[in-house]
Design a protein. Structure first.
Length: 573
C-alpha cells in the first residue's frame, strides 16, 4: 500500500529502488557487572574489539580510490581520532576497573556521559558531532560481539537504517547504493555533508521509518523535498521520471555557470564566495567558480585533537587554503569557540550555564594569553602566499577591534624583523552577529576594513529565539522586519564608508532569499560550496536595480506575511 513519509532534506536528488532495511545496532544494555577477578580479561576483550575496529578502518581507507579517498579521508581521520581519544579510553578502563562494569555496560555509560556534554552545546553543528561518537561506539560494541554490517549485494538499492557513518557511506556508494534514508541524524552531520559532496540523495530524521518500511519495498526518495514514497503508484513513477529529466537539464545548466562571470541580468557584478572548513571545501569552491573564500572556519584545527595546534600547524593549514584558491581572496575567521567547545581543548575559563552568550569568539581569544598571538602569526605568515583577510567573531565593542588592531601591527613588525614574507596590508574585519555591534557600527566602522553579517547568531540574539529550540523554529527567521532593518542599516553604512560587506549565514546559501538580499543592498554572498551554483544562477536571473528600487516597499513590511508577499511578487516578475 502506498505511503508517503517526510523527513529532513539532507542531500538533493531523486532515486528509485528497493529498500535494504538494516536494523540499528543499539548499545542499549542493562546494568551488567563482572567478578573483580575477571577485570583484566574484560579489559583485554574491550581493547581487542577496539583494535579490530581500528584495523577495519585502516583497511577501509586502503580500499578507497581517487577522489573518493580524498573526500572521505578527513572523516576516517576523525573517527580514528575519536577511537583513540584518551578521555574515552580512560573512562572505559575506569568503569571496568573501579566499578567492575562489563565492557558493554561501560560503553553505554561512557556514551551517555559524552551525550550529556554535547547536549549542552549551543552550536547545532557541534551538537550534531554526537552522531560521530555514536557511530564509533556502535562499531566497538558490534566488534565486542563479532557482528559486522552486511552490505553485500546492495547495488541499485536504497539503504534504510537508523544512521550511517561517513566512511561507510562512501563504501556504500562504491557498492552501488542509490540513496540513503535514516530514522535519525541531522542535515549538519558528517554523513549528510559527505552525501551532498558525493551527490548521493539522502533523507534523514524520518519518524517511524523502520516500523513502516520493509525489506524489499519499492521506494522513491526525494532528497531535495525530504520525502520517501513507499510502494509508489503510476503517477509517482511518472513524476519521478520527469524529475530525473529536470534534474539532468538543471545540472547541465548549472555546470555551464562554472566559468561564467557573477553578474546579474542587468549586468551588476555580485561576488559569490564560499564558506569552508576543510581542504575538500576549498577544492570544491575553486572548481565551482567561487570568487573567494568568504569564511574559513578555524575551529576544526582546535577540536580535532586534545592538544592545541601550534603556530606551524596552523600556518600550514592556512597556507594550503590560500594556495588552493589560486590568488582569489581568503577570509580567515579567528577562533570562534564557546565554553562548551573550548572545554575539550582546555581553553575554557570556567563552566558557563549559557555558552552562547558567554566567553566565546574574540572574547575568548583576548582572554587567553598567547592564543590570539599564535593564530595571528600563522595567518599573517600565510598572507605571503596570496590575498588574506582576518575576520573577528562575536565583536561587541570598539575596544575589542582596537586591541586586535594593535596586536596585528605589533606581530606584523615582529614577523618582518624575523625575515618572514607577509602582505603589506592584511584587511581586518568584524562579524556582525551581536545586535550591539550592528547598532554601534558607526562608532568603529572607520577602524575596520570589511564586515560580514552572521545571520545565524544575529537572528538568534535579535529575536531572543534559540535556533536549537524546535518550538521557536517559526521565530528564528530572516523574515522579520527587525532583522531586515538591521541588515539594511549595516549594508548601507558599509556602502557609505566604501568597505565590503557580506552575508555568510545559512540564509545566504538559500537561493529563495537571494532576491531579498540583493534588494537590501548585498553585493557579496558567502555560501556552502554545494549552494554556489544555485545562488549564482538565481543572481544571474535578477534585475538588481529593479529589486533595489522596490526595497522601500520591503522595508515598510510590518510582519512576516507582508515580507512573504513582497517575495512572491518578485518571483512572479
Amino acid at each position: 500500500m502506498r505511503q508517503e513519509l517526510s523527513g529532513l532534506a539532507a542531500s538533493r536528488g531523486s532515486a528509485l529502488g528497493r529498500a535494504r532495511v538494516r536494523l540499528p545496532h543499539v548499545v542499549d544494555v542493562v546494568a551488567e557487572y563482572i567478578d573483580p577477578a575477571g577485570v583484566d580479561a574484560e579489559l583485554a576483550r574491550l581493547h581487542d574489539a577496539i583494535d579490530r575496529v581500528r584495523t577495519e578502518m585502516h583497511a577501509m581507507r586502503d580500499r578507497l580510490q581517487g577522489a573518493l579517498a580524498h573526500e572521505v579521508g578527513e572523516f576516517l581521520d576523525l573517527h580514528a581520532l575519536l577511537l583513540d581519544d584518551p578521555e574515552l579510553l580512560h573512562g572505559l578502563d575506569e568503569l571496568i576497573r573501579t566499578d567492575h562494569s562489563s565492557a558493554d555496560y561501560a560503553l553505554r555509560q561512557q556514551r551517555d556521559r559524552i551525550a550529556a556534554v554535547f547536549a549542552r552545546m549551543d552550536d547545532d553543528y557541534f551538537r550534531s558531532r554526537m552522531d560521530d561518537i555514536d557511530q564509533v561506539i556502535a562499531r566497538v560494541h558490534a566488534s565486542l560481539h563479532r557482528r559486522l554490517h552486511d552490505t553485500t549485494g546492495v547495488a541499485g538499492e536504497i539503504l534504510v537504517t537508523d544512521n550511517v557513518a561517513p566512511a561507510e557511506l562512501a563504501q556504500l556508494q562504491e557498492q552501488g547504493v542509490v540513496a540513503i534514508v535514516t530514522s535519525s541524524g541531522s542535515v549538519l552531520s558528517h554523513s549528510a555533508i559527505l552525501a551532498r559532496s558525493l551527490h548521493l540523495p539522502m533523507v534523514v530524521g524520518v519518524p517511524g521509518l523502520l516500523q513502516r518500511v520493509n525489506d524489499g519495498d519499492a521506494l522513491i526518495v526525494d532528497g531535495g523535498a525530504g520525502t520517501v514514497v513507499i510502494e509508489p503508484r503510476a503517477p509517482d513513477l511518472r513524476n519521478h521520471r520527469a524529475q530525473l529529466r529536470a534534474q539532468s537539464r538543471d545540472q547541465r545548466e548549472l555546470n555551464r555557470l562554472r566559468s561564467q562571470p557573477n553578474r546579474s541580468r542587468d549586468d551588476v557584478s555580485i561576488e559569490v564566495h564560499a564558506n569552508a572548513e576543510s581542504r575538500e571545501d576549498v577544492a570544491e569552491a575553486h572548481a565551482l567558480g567561487a570568487t573567494g573564500i568568504g569564511l574559513y572556519r578555524t575551529e576544526f584545527l582546535f577540536l580535532r585533537s586534545n592538544e592545541l595546534p601550534d603556530e606551524q600547524e596552523q600556518f600550514h593549514a592556512y597556507r594550503d587554503v590560500v594556495l588552493g584558491m589560486s590568488g582569489r581572496p581568503v577570509t580567515i575567521r579567528t577562533l570562534d569557540l564557546g565554553a562548551d567547545k573550548a572545554d575539550r581543548t582546555g581553553l575554557a575559563l570556567r563552566d558557563e550555564p549559557n555558552p552562547a552568550m558567554g566567553v566565546r569568539g574574540i572574547r575568548l581569544s583576548l582572554a587567553r594569553t598567547g592564543l590570539l598571538e599564535t593564530q595571528l602569526r600563522a595567518i599573517l605568515r600565510a598572507s605571503g602566499y596570496g590575498p588574506v583577510r582576518i575576520l573577528l567573531p562575536m565583536v561587541t565593542t570598539r575596544e575589542e577591534v582596537r586591541t586586535v588592531r594593535a596586536e596585528l601591527e605589533r606581530i606584523s613588525a615582529a614577523l618582518r624583523s624575523e625575515g618572514h614574507e607577509i602582505a603589506p596590508h592584511v584587511p581586518l574585519g568584524t562579524m556582525i552577529e551581536v545586535p550591539a555591534a550592528a547598532i554601534a557600527l558607526s562608532g568603529f566602522i572607520s577602524e575596520i576594513d570589511f564586515v560580514a553579517i552572521g545571520t545565524n547568531d544575529l537572528i538568534q540574539y535579535l529575536l531572543a529565539a534559540d535556533r536549537n529550540n524546535d518550538a521557536l523554529g517559526e521565530l528564528h527567521t530572516l523574515l522579520h522586519p527587525a532583522v531586515l532593518r538591521v541588515m539594511r542599516d549595516v549594508l548601507l553604512l558599509a556602502k557609505k564608508h566604501a568597505i565590503p560587506a557580506s552575508v555568510c549565514g545559512e540564509i545566504a546559501g538559500d537561493a529563495r532569499f537571494s532576491p531579498l538580499l540583493l534588494a537590501l543592498g548585498l553585493e557579496q554572498f558567502s555560501v556552502h560550496p554545494s549552494s554556489l551554483l544555485e545562488v549564482r544562477r538565481t543572481i544571474r536571473s535578477c534585475d538588481v536595480q529593479a529589486l533595489r528600487a522596490r526595497a522601500p516597499a520591503l522595508m515598510r513590511a510590518r510582519d512576516r506575511a507582508q515580507i512573504e508577499q513582497w517575495m512572491a511578487r518578485q518571483a512572479a516578475g
